[in-house]
Structures are given as C-alpha cells and as structure tokens.
Write a protein that binds this ligand. Structure first.
Ligand code: ATP
Ligand code: MG
Length: 433
C-alpha cells in the first residue's frame, strides 16, 4: 500500500536485495527528502497531470524524466502514467490523439508541447503475453495497476512515479536508494529481464555511461553471457538504439563499454575492436578520433550524423577490401565503388542502416579521390557537392593515419577561406606539394 501522507518516513532500502520491494514495502519520499525542484518540470507536463487528477484519475510523471530530475535537473522529455484508459484521457483534453494499434497511447498537446500519456500496464501472464523461444516478449498489451506498471519497467531508477501536486515520489522497486548510490539495477531476475528484451542490455550501457551510473554487479555480469541475444532484435530497432548510443555526446566511452561487455561484436561483427590491458580502446586512429570529434561536436551543440560515423567505422574494412582488390587498380574509382557496395550492401548488418545513412557514407568515401584533383573546374564542382563538408571533414580525419595527406588537406582548408578572385588564381595553379 502506498501512503501519500507527507509525514511518511522513508524506509532504508536494502542495497543487496535482488528482488523489487513489492507492494507492502513501496516507499513514499516527500519533497524535503528527495529534493526535486518542480521549477525544472515543464508547465505542459504539470498541467496534464493536474488536469487528469482533477478529472478524478491518478497521474504521475514517470520514467526517464523522474530519474533525470533526481540525477541532474532538467529532463529532455516527459512521460506520464495514469489509471485512465486512453479513451478517458482523450475525454479530458481538447488536443489529444490516440496512437498505436496494439497498445494505445495518448499524445496530449499542451502549450505547444507533446506529452505522452500511457495507461498503467501490467504483466499479462501467459494469456496475452506472447513469449518467443529465447524468452523474448513479443507482445504485451494488458493494462495493470500502478505497482505492476512500475515493476515491468527496466531499471529501478526508471520505475519511479512522481506526483508533482503532492510532491511525493512513489518507489516500488528501490530506485531512490539506487539513484542515491548512483547505481543502475535491473528490476527482478536479471537473466529473465534481459531475455524478455535484450535491448535492455544496450540501455544499461547507455544509461551507465551517459548518466555516470555504476551497473549493479548482477546487472553487469549477465550482459557478456546474453549479448548474443541481440541477434534476434529487428535491425531497425537496433539502429534506433545505435543513434541514442552514439549521437548523444558519449560515443567514445559508450564504444569502450560496448566492447568490454561483448555487445559491440554483436552490433558490428565486421569492425573488430578490443580493449587493451589498461582498458584503452584499440581502434584505428580514424575511428577513435571520429568518436571523440562526435562527442565534442555534441558538447558544442553542433550536429552529428550516423552516416559520418559509419564512414569512419567501416573505413578500415573498406581499406582491407581495397587492398585485396589491388591486383586490378587501373580504375581506382571503380574499385572504390565496388568495395563500398560490398561492405555496405552485400551482407545484412545487425544494425540496420537506413538508406540515407548508407548513401551518405558511400558518398563520403567516393568523394575522397576527388580531393586529388586540385586544378581547373573540378575543385569548384567538388566544393558545390552536397556532401563536400562531410567529405572534407573526413579527409581531415584521414590525415591522422595518413600524414602524407596533410599538405593536401591544408590546401583544401586554405582555398575555402579565399574570396572569388584569389580562389580563381589558386585553382589555376592547383595544389603543389
Ligand atoms: P531517455 O528518454 O533519456 O532515453 P527514458 O528512460 O525516458 O530515457 P524511454 O525509452 O523514453 O527511456 O522510456 C521511458 C520509460 O519506459 C523508461 O524510463 C522505462 O521505465 C520504460 N522502458 C523503456 N524501454 C523499456 C524496456 N525495453 N523495458 C522495460 N521498460 C522500458
Ligand atoms: Mg524518455
């Protein structure tokens, strides 16, 4: 039973327990204890919760938003959980759309913001839950009560409910204690929960790195054992996770942890990476620098793309293939086209790259040889290419592994600074090493 009396004191959770606390021991933490500042919550989310509660429903802020409020202040999006059915939610709000066929969610538009409202979900038992051979949940679409909803979530830190009106946090899984100790712990039996949804292993790495949390020993230990289960995940879902892992400012550390846990080789079997004894990543200089640059760009608020990262990741396999083809190197461009197509399209990869991503990667590679042509009209045409900037950045990356390219790269850096007249003169002369 959950008490919402603000005088409730907070039981101390047992840090070594393996199972969630369960209904009898659900904890309520009051404002002065947990320290969430409601000023950090968007007005839209607050108003949606208030409107639902005023209509007689239970409604909480839930998931990543509560975790982020406790860890670092301001969440990036807001999920709300409620006991109202989607139809009842639609009855409360003027601007609301129901999405999803099997499990319906309500999208409420409030003050120009989209807030996702989900009805509490439960564990359906064997009837409605379709379990695959490896224990993967293929379908689960049953409503439940708030405790069931908390316990079907992945990590204890992601299973907290926050009621901003009473300023209480309701904790069914021991997440508050884990957050206080900066621990990430899977709810329930670790092996079962990873088997139900192996993507949770990737989420464990993502939250551990990006939120600076330590994986609880059991949550960590099962990952190398079960990493192979990622083989059963649809490539498009792995791409979604890949972008969250690699394009959000922690690509380098994430890659190290993916390698360490054996997840990397499941995602990119053709990009073998290792960790050295001192846990340093053993990767090509191009890839290492690309990961670090990508993180630096995110930190500066600059855009990063998966196409560029893919080009850096697969550059070494591409070079290897080109070497094998070097018997017939009379047409460098043709070889490059053929090798690119083989690497990118011949075998389906676990992480399904959308066409726009592989197309960008291929263009970056194919434009590389055009940097060699520095005289006449060709450089100008190259500079007008849509992917010129990405290809030029890639040329700069390559100079770490191929220092002989440095003078050429410097020339390209220089000509981009020139006005029309000086550029014409420079292009008449071309690059003279
Ligand atoms: P972020 O949005 O920063 O990536 P998040 O925790 O909000 O982090 P979402 O993918 O938005 O992640 O999911 C919202 C919530 O849904 C999670 O906090 C968790 O409670 C639950 N959830 C998401 N994915 C899973 C999963 N694979 N298994 C169980 N619960 C999940
Ligand atoms: Mg989220």
């Amino acid at each position: 039973m959950v008490e919402s009396d603000s005088k409730v004191s907070m039981p101390v959770a047992d840090a070594d327990r393996d199972e969630p606390l369960g209904a009898a021991s659900a904890m309520v933490s009051v404002g002065k204890d947990h320290g969430i500042d409601t000023n950090n919550i968007s007005h839209a989310a607050l108003d949606v919760i208030r409107d639902l509660q005023q209509a007689g429903f239970t409604a909480y802020l839930v998931g990543g938003a509560v975790r982020d409020l406790l860890l670092e202040g301001v969440p990036k999006d807001y999920d709300i959980a409620t006991d109202a059915t989607p139809e009842q939610v639609r009855g409360v709000f003027r601007r609301c759309r129901l999405i999803g066929r099997r499990f319906r969610l309500a999208h409420v538009f409030m003050h120009g913001q989209l807030i996702e409202v989900a009805t509490f979900r439960g564990d359906a038992g064997d009837d409605d839950q379709l379990i695959g051979k490896q224990g993967r949940i293929l379908r689960d679409n049953t409503y439940g009560n708030e405790q069931e909803d908390a316990l079907r979530r992945d990590f204890t830190a992601n299973a907290l409910f926050y009621d901003p009106l009473s300023d209480n946090i309701i904790d069914y899984a021991g997440g508050l204690d884990d957050i206080e100790h900066r621990r990430l712990r899977l709810i329930g039996d670790v092996s079962t929960r990873y088997r139900e949804d192996p993507v949770r292993m990737l989420r464990a790495v993502r939250f551990a790195v990006s939120k600076k949390l330590d994986l609880h020993p059991k949550t960590a230990a099962e990952i190398p054992v079960l990493a192979h289960l990622l083989q059963h995940i649809p490539p498009a879902r792995l791409f979604d996770e890949f972008t969250k892992l690699m394009l959000t400012g922690h690509a380098f550390n994430t890659t190290c942890m993916l390698v360490k846990t054996g997840l990397w080789e499941q995602l990119f079997p053709d990009v073998p990476l290792e960790l050295e004894k001192d846990h340093k990543l053993k990767a090509s200089a191009v890839l290492t620098q690309a990961l670090k640059n990508s993180d630096a760009r995110v930190a500066m608020g600059l855009p990063v793309t998966s196409g560029f990262l893919l080009a850096a990741m697969l550059w070494q396999p591409l070079q290897k293939r080109l070497m094998q083809m070097s018997g017939n190197d009379d047409n460098e461009l043709l070889n490059m086209q053929q090798a690119s197509d083989e690497i990118l399209f011949l075998k389906p990869r676990p992480v399904g790259m959308p066409k726009r991503v592989t197309a960008m990667c291929r263009e970056i590679w194919l434009l590389q040889h055009r940097f060699q042509r520095t005289r006449g009209k060709r450089p100008r045409r190259l500079m007008e290419e849509q992917r010129f900037r990405a290809a030029y950045d890639f040329l700069l990356l390559r100079t770490i592994d191929e220092p002989e390219l440095k003078p050429l790269a410097d020339w390209w850096t220089y000509v981009q600074t020139l006005g029309e007249k000086k550029l014409n003169a420079a292009l008449r002369e071309g690059f003279n090493p």
